[in-house]
Design a protein around this ligand. Structure first.
Ligand SMILES: Cc1cc2nc3c(=O)[nH]c(=O)nc-3n(C[C@H](O)[C@H](O)[C@H](O)COP(=O)(O)OP(=O)(O)OC[C@H]3O[C@@H](n4cnc5c(N)ncnc54)[C@H](O)[C@@H]3O)c2cc1C
Length: 477
């Protein structure tokens, strides 16, 4: 048994680190146990062989991500606007079109000016009608208790694909919803894997229309986690321990006993668990989690996602009046985006293999997959794009303590059954806290779950509750 502390935090991702920072600022003794040999979880940068810093996980901040913005200001870390000047490229059914972006996402066909995409009047009408029907549904969703949405059970049993097909058989009209499933910030799933209630909920609580990809972190988002970890350690050496996967958490009337993979027991007055929801299943809780919570976790898989970073000597697409935003039905990449700074160095195109594509292409030999990816980059941005200085691939499904990305989703029917039963009747959509065990992690947040912003809000909430449970000076038994 190590010396007792006030609050034990499981997971050194952004959420756990923010919780630790808040508690430490209040004078509480904290200890963060992290399973990996590094901090940051889904917030991690890498330096390529030619010295460019690229983000393997999350990287954008949004226009209304005020917590994330405030944290960066506190840490003295800069930001820059994401590059959207010029035209993007829409690739559809073998046809490549350079097209302007729309002013507002709500009036766009996936960011593009719909009239500029060369669609037939029937396609335009069907696309607009489906988007309006979806927007009307999003407006009806109860964000805190989605199971209270009008006709919730019917909508929770219909997959996104079924709901879209009932409106139109035109693939281009169905594209925006399918794309939001796979690549929207709550994404990583196919339109037949989640209900229309789930997708509508994601847009009610984390609206694409609020431009969540507005700006980027100077020096890479991974630096934020590194800085938080360094500050934590500087304040109290030993308060962050790497390579310590938590295996069990037992609680009694006085506190919690947490045992890590090295067999070390830690005693505290409260615990904050800040891991992706399915990872909670790897921890033995005593008393056990309520049945509805456990069955909900079994119905909350992580999305399937591989992020690809291609670096170049210069952002040659910008020279041609293009902004790097590529979208369409290519075999591998349904989204590419310029994630470099205004000065153009490093020049980076970030792109994604999402949903089934991540798994199918992930199973191919590396060289074959690389050729398919480079073909797609060239299809969007021309032959130069097929010759990057470096091509970095990060499969999130291969990461044992993440299990996928961007975030977890609920399978059809789960909101109106397991999630409703697991929730605190007075609280938000996430499962109720478990006595002295408090939940954090982005997925717990009522706003921007799946994003950095949600990770911070969830960490702050858990820290507030933990501080009330464990005041300084109270020695845990
Ligand atoms: C490819 C990708 C792109 C993304 N893009 C964006 C973006 O542009 N903008 C945005 O806002 N968000 C984005 N996100 C999402 C964002 O990265 C996450 O929402 C956020 O980083 C989650 O932080 P977290 O602390 O909640 O969870 P995590 O980062 O997953 O941290 C959880 C930590 O817990 C640890 N852990 C797990 N199990 C245990 C255990 N048993 N014991 C101890 N430790 C354990 C893990 O190792 C991990 O370090 C993206 C994510 C990915 C992967």
């Amino acid at each position: 048994m190590t010396s007792p502390i006030d609050v034990l935090i499981v997971g050194a991702g952004l959420s756990g680190l923010v919780a630790a920072r808040r508690l430490q600022a209040e004078g509480l003794a904290v200890r963060v146990l992290e399973a990996r040999e590094r901090v940051g979880g889904r917030m991690v940068s890498a330096t390529t062989a030619n010295g460019s810093v690229v983000d393997l996980g999350g990287q954008w901040g949004g226009a209304s991500h005020h917590r994330f913005e405030a944290l960066l200001n506190e840490l003295g870390i800069g930001r820059f606007p994401s590059h959207y000047d010029g035209k993007g490229v829409f690739h559809w059914r073998g046809r490549r079109l350079e097209a302007p972006l729309a002013q507002h996402f709500a009036d766009s066909l996936l960011f593009f000016e719909p009239q500029a995409l060369g669609l037939t009047p029937a396609e335009l009408a069907a696309t607009g009608a489906l988007q309006r029907a979806f927007a009307a549904l999003v407006a009806e969703v109860d964000p805190r208790q989605p199971w209270r949405t009008p006709e919730a059970e019917r909508l929770d049993r219909l997959t996104v694909a079924q709901w879209a097909a009932a409106h139109t058989s035109l693939a281009v009209a169905q594209l925006p919803l399918a794309w939001l499933c796979r690549l929207g910030g709550s994404g990583g799933f196919e339109p037949w894997e989640a209900s229309i209630l789930h997708l509508a909920w994601t847009q009610a609580v984390a609206p694409q229309a609020e431009t969540p990809e507005a700006w980027l972190v100077r020096g890479g988002a991974g630096a934020v986690a590194q800085r938080l970890a360094a500050e934590l350690q500087a304040q109290a050496p030993g308060s962050l321990q790497l390579g310590r996967a938590v295996h069990s958490i037992a609680q009694d009337s006085q506190g919690v006993t947490v045992v890590d993979g090295a067999g070390q027991a830690h005693r505290a007055r409260a615990a904050i668990v800040a891991v992706p929801p399915p990872q909670r299943l790897a921890i033995q809780f005593d008393p056990p989690l309520p049945a509805a919570h456990r069955t909900l976790l079994q119905r909350s898989p992580m999305g399937a996602m591989t992020k690809i970073l291609a670096t170049y000597a210069r952002p040659f697409w910008r020279d041609r009046g293009l902004n790097g935003l590529g979208l369409g039905d290519r075999p591998a990449l349904e989204l590419t985006a310029d994630s470099g700074p205004p000065e153009g160095h490093p020049a980076v195109l970030a792109s994604f293999l999402a949903g089934e594509r991540a798994l199918i292409l992930g199973a191919l030999p590396a060289e074959q997959r690389r050729r398919i990816i480079l073909d797609d980059l060239a299809a969007y941005w021309g032959p130069e794009a097929a010759e990057p200085l470096e091509l970095v691939e990060q499969s999130w499904n291969a990461e044992p303590f993440s299990g996928g990305a961007f975030t977890s989703f609920l399978t059809p029917g789960s909101w109106t059954s397991h999630a409703r039963l697991a929730a605190d009747p007075q609280g938000g959509p996430a499962p109720a806290d478990h006595g002295r065990v408090l939940w954090a992690g982005t997925e717990v947040s009522p706003r921007w779950p799946g994003y950095f912003e949600g990770a911070i809000e969830a960490g702050e909430r858990a820290a507030r509750l933990a501080a009330a449970t464990a005041s300084p000076g109270d020695q845990p038994a």
